[in-house]
Design a protein around this ligand. Structure first.
Ligand code: GLP
Length: 244
């Protein structure tokens, strides 16, 4: 059963999500966090940075695993998800950079890299708290419609809609990579707790399909219905189509 928390503003939902993350870290200082990119969690990361600076939230023993990375982008590339995480979170908190993991988009043997990413999550004890956003087509991480609900970390082709949605981060749509490496739906479902943040009218259909639709590969976020500890943290616009 997906728990729904709805807030008036993006700022409020971000603060609430950050509170859940900080509760987790204070309860278990060596927590393993699953982290997401995209614009949705930026407010939550800003709030975590504030909590670190003003309230001594301590990331010294935290380990993190990001969901995904564009295939072919160097970690140093301005639009890589590694750069995104450094700029939006890691550079501003006291996390040990060696304990932050983002899949490599440039590994020579991507299949071997994917396997070792899965092993690293396992060896770290599994993910305690996974943060997710949602794509406008209902994808989580880069698990596009059609992805198996027990899929693992692997290379995927991006849908045209996802390429269009993410083009705003690049100079031109032609610069958006057509493939990515992503944790699978099955990988994500193994996290002990999951929070998904979504805001804006553009997410309302995907949120409604995920919460109220059938569990289906056509909306990979619907697989979250089968998780025992999952909370959607929404603003009113993203929650607009829910029957609550
Ligand atoms: C990308 C990421 C997802 C993210 C989605 C939504 O596809 N791989 O993890 O949830 O974008 O992004 P945004 O939050 O910018 O709408």
């Amino acid at each position: 059963m997906i728990q729904i928390h709805t807030y008036d503003s993006y700022e409020d939902l971000s603060k609430h999500a950050a509170q859940l993350v900080s509760d987790q870290i204070r309860m278990k200082p060596d927590s393993v966090l699953g982290l997401a990119t995209g614009s949705s969690p930026v407010g939550l990361y800003k709030e975590l940075i504030r909590m670190h600076q003003e309230e001594d939230l301590d990331f010294a023993n935290v380990t993190s695993f990001n969901l995904d990375e564009y295939l072919g982008l160097n970690p140093e590339h301005a639009q890589s998800y590694r750069t995104f995480m450094n700029q939006n979170l890691f550079d501003h908190i006291n996390i040990e950079i060696v304990r932050t993991h983002v899949p490599s988009g440039i590994a020579e043997d991507i299949a071997a890299m994917a396997l070792s990413y899965e092993k690293a999550i396992h060896n770290a004890g599994g993910i305690d708290l996974q943060i997710l956003g949602i794509g406008s087509d209902g994808h989580i991480a880069f698990n596009e419609p059609g992805s198996a609900l027990d899929s693992r970390t692997r290379v995927v082709d991006l849908e045209e809609q996802t390429i269009r949605d993410n083009a705003r981060f690049f100079e031109s749509i032609d610069d958006v990579p057509r493939q990515a490496i992503t944790m699978g739906v099955g990988t994500i479902l193994e996290a002990r707790e999951i929070i998904l943040v979504a805001n804006g009218e553009g997410k309302s259909a995907a949120v409604s399909d995920a919460v109220q639709g059938d569990v289906s590969t056509q909306c990979t976020a619907s697989a979250l219905q089968n998780h025992s500890k999952i909370t959607f943290i929404l603003d009113k616009a993203a929650a607009a189509r829910l029957n609550i």
